[in-house]
Design a protein around this ligand. Structure first.
Ligand code: ADP
Ligand code: MG
Length: 389
């Protein structure tokens, strides 16, 4: 059951969030800024979101006692990640609590096979589909593959993120080896596309079906992890319009309520949809500093049944992710913040994670400027100061 509450949930009500990583933490900040109190459920005692919330339930996502406590406290609940057990979302819905996004939407994004099937259906509506791919459920599925899927990427159907659970494979032989390395989990083998550009779009859809989209973001990935987002994207207007349309269609087809990120590839002038994220997206972090209402505020607004805020961009923005390597590669094991903070157009966001590990998202900064090329140039200078290659 997914109740459409007629009346808005107003501050100082409690909102709940499943997961207290950086996305949960940024949600907490926005909710608190609007006057709400937040309960975070996260088994990590050092959870960045838990550290700033009014209440941190430090328990597993299927801990019955914790779920009961959360249900008793919170008027409404959202999630910061797609791998929350669908049963947990169902439990809250069963308690009559408004949950956004719904478990059914989250479960599509949990499984690349289901996700690709869904995106293929959307292709009929919009003409934009996923990259050519094959579903691999057993080794036998790797035998009859057409040559033009190679070179490709073998991706585990479940639990992949930031390029994890992926192997680049040049041939059928390598695909079989990689399938074994992934312990024969269900996978998708995707053709490796020559990329002109990667872009994404974040939108919010409220309980009444109103949608506000943010600008298209141009994304540079390094080793499968988002590195830099450039906004507005420098892709052609016709492409941006298509991206905007497809993202809205996806949200409508899912009857989605919440904040949704949609990733795209642009390859040889053609647009392909890569994946969807049923939550705020890393490529939308620039909205914290460059938009009237940011993606986390929209998440709060949808959850509370408030009208969506303006998603208007008031400045060009370039966001740079700060991975643990910035810390581990620094001689003092702490980046040279002093130099970085000398840039007046820079907004810093550190997530309060206790341990810096290679590839771990520790923070990001966004450089704002009226002119995109200047913001980009400054962002690249700061990257250099931090020793990012
Ligand atoms: P994740 O869940 O880890 O974000 P993605 O499928 O988005 O997984 O892959 C991460 C990155 O790897 C993409 O953003 C892109 O840079 C690269 N990549 C993935 N699939 C392809 C592909 N089919 N062709 C080219 N590059 C790809
Ligand atoms: Mg991705």
């Amino acid at each position: 059951m997914n109740l459409n509450h007629q009346q808005a949930i107003l501050p100082p009500a409690w909102l709940g969030i499943l997961g207290g990583g950086q996305l949960g933490r940024m949600f907490v900040h926005e909710a608190q800024s609007l006057g709400y109190k937040v309960c975070v459920l996260d088994p990590d005692p050092l959870s960045p979101g838990g550290a700033v919330a009014e209440k941190h339930l430090c328990a597993n996502y299927d801990d019955v006692i914790a779920l009961k406590e959360m249900a008793a406290l919170c008027a409404t609940i959202s999630t910061e990640f797609e791998n929350v057990p669908a049963k947990t979302l169902d439990y809250f819905e069963g308690q009559g609590i408004f949950v956004a996004p719904r478990g059914a939407c989250v479960s599509i994004a949990q499984d690349r096979i289901v996700e690709k099937q869904f995106l293929k259906q959307c292709q009929e509506l919009s003409g934009i589909g996923p990259a050519p791919h094959a579903v691999i459920r057993s080794e036998g599925d790797l035998a009859p593959l057409p040559d033009d899927l190679f070179p490709g990427i073998l991706k585990t159907a479940r639990l992949g993120y930031d390029g994890k659970g992926q192997a680049r494979v040049a041939s059928q032989k390598e695909a079989i080896e990689a399938f074994h390395k992934f312990s024969k989990q269900e996978c998708v083998l995707e053709k490796m596309l020559p990329l002109d550009m990667e872009v994404s779009l974040v939108l919010a859809r409220d309980q009444k079906g109103y949608i506000k989209t943010f600008n298209v973001s141009e994304n540079i990935h390094t080793n499968g992890i988002l590195d830099v987002s450039i906004v507005p994207a420098r892709s052609a207007k016709a492409i941006n319009d298509l991206v905007d349309q497809l993202a809205k269609r996806v949200a409508e087809a899912l009857n989605y309520v919440g904040v949704l990120g949609v990733e795209f590839f642009i390859s040889e002038g053609k647009v392909f949809v890569n994946e969807i994220a049923p939550r705020p997206h890393n490529s939308g972090h620039y909205t914290i500093d460059a938009n009237v209402s940011n993606q986390f505020e929209q998440q709060v607004r949808v959850l509370a049944g408030l009208p969506l805020g303006s998603s208007r961009l008031h400045s060009s923005a370039v966001m740079v992710n700060l991975l643990g390597d910035v810390w581990t590669n620094s001689k003092t094991k702490e980046p040279d913040w002093d130099k970085v903070f000398r840039e007046p157009g820079l907004k810093m966001h550190l997530y309060g994670k206790h341990e810096a590990r290679s590839g771990r998202k520790m923070g990001h900064f966004t450089v704002l400027d009226e002119k995109l090329d200047i913001a980009f140039q400054k962002a690249m200078e700061v990257r250099k100061l931090l020793g990012i290659a």
